[in-house]
Design a protein around this ligand. Structure first.
Ligand SMILES: *Cc1c(COP(=O)(O)O)cnc(C)c1O
Length: 457
């Protein structure tokens, strides 16, 4: 490296503060404390510019399913770059990796899910099905079926449609969202909102909010319902078992499309290829991204069932939608190699049969801690719910403070976790070892001890 870039490297923090705006960040506060600079990674570990090692309990941002440093992906990308670095899939052309990837994805998606529309990200995937669902109903002569029902505290990305579908109030407040035609119902968060109902009763109750909302709007005005199988950014909220079957029943009875946002839950995270398979439901549309390429290169898409796909292909004519990078050959090559690794190393089975239950047991062992109210875990997607009083499910007055306290203590001790309010979130690479899970659980317990002392004296 030349002297100029060496000088720049030693000064990265200052340059970052001066020139780089970060996502979901208060830049004034961030610039005051400075950013952490991550330089390299291997397996389940990341390393910062001081050489400090962290166990990545979050797989980057829910995405590095196969772990870091997989040379096979680098090689596949290098080969594809040399062969064909870019070509579009507009105007009657296609590229080998895009075709093969579409086939490979659908081979795991169930008998009725046979087509994929590619995008560059999960947000674009949500924007894509948003239009697709309306186009579908219009093609069937029902142009008034337009409204999309989504959920409070759901997350579907940061584009205008994605953020509108999401149910984050603090996102809606910026930029005058949601856009018209999107409405929200309650979330299946029993611990926080279930009151005196049993989880099973509460699951049915919130699912039936969908039926009530459809009837209020009129079935002829509703296009689709969208939800994450397990809410991710909202706090790894695993719904009660009664929830998804009731949702599926209502969508069918009221003739609206069911959209399962698989951006986090897809590609092994839940111990199945897709989150809807864990809950035994069959969606009509399913946005994907993140684990599709394990984050090595950006790529997303929408899986399209035959119900919608056949109409799109046979009735619609031009679907006037697409991205320069739809089916990008290099990103597709990375994704293909990623899926080959997931298949060959049987990572989905590993999560389902071995390491998923092991993490669940590890988190469960934390339930004896004085400030842990509950834990939830499906596959390698887990949450630890903090509580002020376990017996009454009383939560801390300042939820943010409690979560940040545990998170920061873990970070100091070499573990990256995420806190959403008073829920500690776990989403490690699918290749994480049992010893690493043990380390994650032990470090979390120390973080909890620290927070207990700070919060309760
Ligand atoms: C991350 C995420 C998105 C958005 O994906 P981006 O690639 O960040 O645009 C959409 N839906 C869910 C469920 C997500 O977790």
């Amino acid at each position: 490296m030349d002297t100029q870039s060496n000088a720049a490297l030693s000064n990265l923090g200052a340059l970052d503060a001066a020139h780089h705006l970060h996502p979901f960040s208060d830049m004034k506060k961030l610039n005051a404390v400075g950013t952490r600079i991550i330089e390299r990674a291997e397996g389940s570990y990341i390393f910062d510019n001081h050489g400090k090692r962290y166990l990545d309990g979050f797989a980057g941002l829910w995405c590095v399913n196969i772990g870091y440093g997989r040379k096979e992906i680098a090689d596949a990308v290098y080969r594809q770059m040399n062969e064909l670095p870019y070509y579009n899939t507009f105007f009657g052309t296609t590229t080998p990796p895009a075709v093969l990837l579409a086939q490979k994805i659908t081979s795991h998606a169930g008998a009725k899910m046979n087509r994929v529309f590619f995008t560059g990200s999960g947000s674009e995937a949500n924007d894509t099905w948003f239009r697709m669902a309306r186009v579908y109903w219009a093609a069937l002569g029902k142009p008034t079926k337009k409204t999309i029902i989504a959920r409070k505290n759901g997350y579907h990305g940061s584009t205008v449609a994605g953020a509108s579908l999401g149910g984050m109030k603090w996102m809606h407040e910026q930029g005058d969202l949601p856009i018209p035609g999107v409405v929200h119902i309650g979330q299946p968060f029993w611990y926080g909102e279930g009151g005196d109902l049993s989880p099973a009763e509460f699951g049915l109750k919130v699912a039936r909010e969908l039926e009530e909302k459809i009837d209020e709007l009129g079935e002829d005005n509703v296009a689709a319902f969208v939800a994450e199988p397990i809410q991710g950014a909202g706090g790894v909220i695993v719904p009660p078992e009664t929830y998804w079957p009731e949702i599926a029943r209502i969508c069918k009875a009221r003739n609206i499309l069911l959209v399962s946002d698989e951006v986090i839950c897809g590609f092994g995270r839940t111990g199945h290829w897709f989150g809807y398979q864990h809950f035994g439901v069959e969606p009509d549309l399913a946005p994907i991204a993140k684990g599709l390429s394990s984050g090595y290169l950006p790529i997303g898409g929408v899986m399209v069932s035959d119900r919608v796909g056949d109409v799109l292909v046979n009735e619609v004519g031009d679907f006037n939608h697409g991205f320069t990078y739809s089916g990008h050959p290099v990103c597709a090559a990375a994704a293909l190699e990623n899926l080959r690794i997931i298949e060959d190393e049987k990572l989905v089975e590993r999560v389902h049969d071995d390491i998923g239950p092991y993490l669940a047991a590890g988190l469960k062992s934390l339930e004896d801690h004085p400030i842990v109210g509950d834990t939830q875990c499906v596959g390698l997607m887990g949450a630890v719910q903090l509580a002020e009083d376990k017996a009454t499910r009383l939560r801390f007055e300042d939820k943010e403070k409690a979560g940040v306290m545990v998170r920061n203590h873990c970070l100091e001790n070499g573990l990256v976790l995420r806190a959403t309010g008073d829920r500690m979130l776990f989403s490690p690479p699918l290749i994480i070892t049992r010893a690493e899970v043990d380390q994650m659980v032990e470090t979390t317990r120390k973080g909890l001890d620290h927070a207990l002392k700070e919060l309760k004296g």
